[in-house]
Design a protein around this ligand. Structure first.
Ligand code: SF4
Ligand code: SF4
Ligand code: SF4
Length: 333
C-alpha cells in the first residue's frame, strides 16, 4: 500500500482506484486516513432558521477552548462584534439585516413606539413587514476533502477517527500554507505567534464521549451534533417542512457528497443564497487540480530534456561540439 506524503497515512492506491484522491464522494474519510475500525463520522447540522443570535455558541467555544478575546469591537452597523471566523473566533454568529435601504444606504430597522408613558408598544402595523434578520452560526466545515490538511507539511492538521479535521497547536510551525488552501477562509494564523488555529470540533470532548461545547450551549438546537448520515436525513425533513410552510428560500448548503469538497462535515440550512451569508456558492477543494498540475509540469520537464538531447544529437552529427574558432591569421593586427 502506498501512503501519501502529507503525513496523514492515506492509502493512495485505494483512493486512486476509487478516483477520489482529491475530490468526489468519500464514504469513509477516517478509515482511509488510516484509522482502524473508526467509530463513524460525526458532524454538525446548523439550522439557521431557528438561530436567535444569542451567541451562546461563541461564548461556550471561547470558554471551553480558552481562546483569547478578539477585539470586542462593535461596528455600529450590526450586532456582529466578531466579524468573521479567525484564529481567535472558531464560531462566528453572522447577523444579516435585510430590509428597504434608507437614503444613506443603511438598512432601515423599525423602532418600537415608546408611547407617551415611555412604555414600548408593538411596532406599528406594517413596519418591518419587509424586514428580515438572518442569523447563522458559522464554523469550520470539516471538509471531506480538506485542502488545509492536504498541504500541511508537518502533520499538524490531521483527520481524526471521527472524520473531523483538527490542527495541533504544538506541531504547527507557522508556515501558513493551510490559510490560502481553505476554500472557505476558515483557518487563520494568530498574529501574536504565527501558528494556525480553527475549530477542532471539540476533539477532546468527543474523545470523552461528550458533545461539542457550542452544540451543548445552543438553546434553540440550531446547532445539532451527531452522526453525519442521521443529520443529513434530519436536514432533508426540515427543509421539506419549511417548504410546506411557505419558506421557499430554505435550502441546504454543504450536505452533498457530490459537491466540490465531497460534502462538509458541518453543513447548514440557509434561508437565502450562500453569498448572503458570506459563504462561497460553489466551493472546490483547492488541491483538486494538483495531480493535473504535476502531470503538466512533468510533460514540460520531459519536453525540455528532449529538446536538450536533440540539440546535442544534432551537434554531434554536424561536428559542432564546441565554440567556433576564429581562423588563424585573421585577427586584428
Ligand atoms: S473548512 Fe477550511 S479549515 Fe476547515 S477543514 Fe475545510 S479546508 Fe480545512
Ligand atoms: S466544536 Fe468546539 S471548537 Fe468547534 S466551534 Fe464548537 S465549541 Fe468551538
Ligand atoms: S447558541 Fe444557537 S441560537 Fe444562539 S447564536 Fe449560537 S446557533 Fe444561534
Amino acid at each position: 500500500m502506498t501512503v501519501d506524503g502529507t503525513g496523514n497515512g492515506r492509502p493512495l492506491d485505494a483512493l486512486r482506484a476509487a478516483g477520489n484522491l482529491f475530490g468526489g464522494p468519500e464514504p469513509d474519510p477516517a478509515g482511509d486516513a488510516g484509522h482502524p475500525d473508526p467509530p463513524g463520522r460525526v458532524g454538525f447540522f446548523t439550522d439557521t432558521s431557528v438561530c436567535i443570535g444569542c451567541k451562546a455558541c461563541e461564548v461556550a467555544c471561547k470558554e471551553w477552548n480558552a481562546i483569547p478575546e478578539d477585539g470586542l469591537a462593535l461596528s455600529g452597523m450590526s450586532y456582529d462584534n466578531t466579524g468573521a471566523l479567525g484564529a481567535s473566533t472558531w464560531r462566528h454568529v453572522a447577523f444579516i439585516e435585510q430590509g428597504p435601504p434608507a437614503p444613506d444606504g443603511r438598512t432601515e430597522l423599525p423602532l418600537a413606539d415608546t408611547g407617551s408613558g415611555g412604555t414600548p408598544d408593538a411596532a406599528p402595523a406594517g413596519a418591518g413587514g419587509d424586514l428580515r434578520w438572518l442569523m447563522s452560526s458559522d464554523v469550520c466545515k470539516h471538509c471531506t476533502h480538506a485542502a488545509c490538511l492536504d498541504v500541511c507539511p508537518t502533520g499538524s492538521l490531521f483527520r481524526t477517527e471521527f472524520g473531523t479535521v483538527v490542527v495541533q497547536e504544538d506541531i504547527c510551525n507557522g508556515c501558513g500554507y493551510c490559510v490560502p488552501a481553505c476554500p472557505y477562509g476558515v483557518i487563520e494564523q494568530r498574529p501574536s505567534d504565527g501558528r494556525a488555529f480553527k475549530c477542532t470540533l471539540c476533539y477532546d470532548r468527543l474523545s470523552a464521549g461528550q458533545e461539542p461545547a457550542c452544540a451543548k450551549a445552543c438553546p434553540t438546537e440550531s446547532i445539532q451534533f451527531g452522526p453525519l448520515d442521521e443529520l443529513r436525513e434530519r436536514a432533508a425533513v426540515r427543509v421539506d417542512q419549511l417548504h410546506r410552510a411557505g419558506v421557499e428560500g430554505a435550502r441546504l448548503y454543504g450536505h452533498d457528497p457530490e459537491d466540490g469538497v465531497g460534502g462538509d462535515g458541518a453543513f447548514f440550512l440557509l434561508l437565502d443564497e450562500p453569498e448572503v451569508y458570506g459563504l462561497p456558492p460553489d466551493p472546490v477543494v483547492t488541491t483538486r487540480d494538483l495531480p493535473a498540475m504535476w502531470r503538466h509540469a512533468s510533460y514540460a520537464a520531459l519536453s525540455l530534456l528532449g529538446s536538450f538531447a536533440l540539440s546535442f544529437a544534432l551537434d554531434a552529427v554536424t561536428g559542432k561540439t564546441g565554440p567556433t574558432r576564429r581562423p588563424a591569421g585573421r585577427g586584428r593586427s
